[in-house]
Design a binder for this molecule. Structure first.
Ligand code: G4P
Length: 282
């Protein structure tokens, strides 16, 4: 995973590129991380994508809690978004994608038909913050798609359309949205899944917050993985995990940094199980 630091310059550039490309498309496919759909969402997209058809994908849904996935699915559906739960890494949840594109673009297709325009493919673009799986999604989706359709006027140099079938074309380069750090919780959630640099928030603090979250929302998981007493104080749990995992410094003291790193790594790789860090009603 590549931690990315965002500076105003980066955001301005990303925004400009998005604005350029978004003019060319009909449909915005917005990828969110299913473990943190709120924190991984850049609310500016609503303004940027004004007037476009929309599709929301809750990606990495293989890493998040199935029950909470369902709640988020309903949440976005109620907001009026056509929504799918996907696992781009393993190409799961892709079945209904064509139907979802059609549903999302139904109004546009109807308008076209009224104007006598038929057979023009829907043009789509994938957007999302770094690390949500945009490239993986595009690659997985296009595995079977036919060759690129070549450069077209108006498309930023170096970008191409990929023809998915006769009715959908996808811009081969995703639009990068910048993460929003509107409140501390958002920053913590982004750091927990590893999408922003751990240097911003101390790993020890992050791991401690994670332990508390998991104890509260998914009882049994910490005890099961690390064979510790979940009801202990956070510091004591840290001690126990460090000792169990052989994270010992010279002189026999527990190496908390190493233990914290193991806990965060276990979350990010899914070894702790399917954990969601946010729920819609929170
Ligand atoms: P981006 O373009 O949005 O920046 O994200 P990218 O596709 O590079 O994906 C970032 C990481 O997330 C990759 O892991 C990728 O394999 C993983 N990923 C993407 N979609 C999914 C998904 O639906 N489920 C799971 N479990 N993982 C997903 P990586 O650690 O960079 O590489 P690797 O582990 O694949 O080797």
């Amino acid at each position: 995973m590549m931690p990315i630091q965002w500076y105003p310059g980066h955001m301005t550039k990303a925004k400009r590129m998005m604005q350029e490309d978004i003019r060319l498309i009909d449909l915005v496919i917005e990828l969110l991380d299913a473990r943190i759909p709120r924190s991984s969402r850049n609310p500016d997209i609503d303004e940027l994508a004004k007037g476009k058809s929309r599709l929301v994908l809750l990606n990495k849904s293989d890493l998040s809690d199935p029950e909470i996935n369902e709640k988020w699915y309903q949440y976005f559906k109620q907001k009026g978004f056509v929504t799918l739960l996907t696992d781009s890494k393993n190409r799961k949840g892709f079945g209904p994608i064509h139907a979802a594109v059609e549903e999302a673009c139904a109004e546009k297709l109807m308008r076209d038909r009224k104007k006598g325009i038929t057979g023009r493919p829907v043009r789509a673009m994938v957007v999302g913050i770094p690390n949500v799986g945009k490239s993986t999604f595009i690659n997985s989706l296009c595995k079977k798609a036919s060759a690129k359709t070549g450069n077209r006027p108006g498309v930023t140099k170096g970008k191409q359309w990929i023809r998915l079938d006769k009715s959908v074309e996808l811009l081969d380069t995703p639009g990068i949205l910048w993460p929003k750090f509107e409140d501390e919780k958002t920053g913590i959630n982004l750091a927990l899944i590893g999408s922003i640099s751990d240097q911003i928030i101390d790993e020890g603090e992050l791991a401690a917050m994670l332990i508390d979250h998991i104890r509260k929302h998914s009882p049994g998981i910490m005890a099961g993985r690390y064979e510790i007493d979940e009801n202990d104080e956070t510091a004591a749990i840290f001690d126990a995990i460090a000792l169990k995992r052989g994270c010992i410094k010279k002189g026999g003291l527990p190496d908390y940094d190493k233990a914290a790193h193991i806990i965060l790594d276990d979350l990010r790789s899914g070894k702790l199980g399917r954990i969601s860090l946010e729920e819609p009603e929170q």
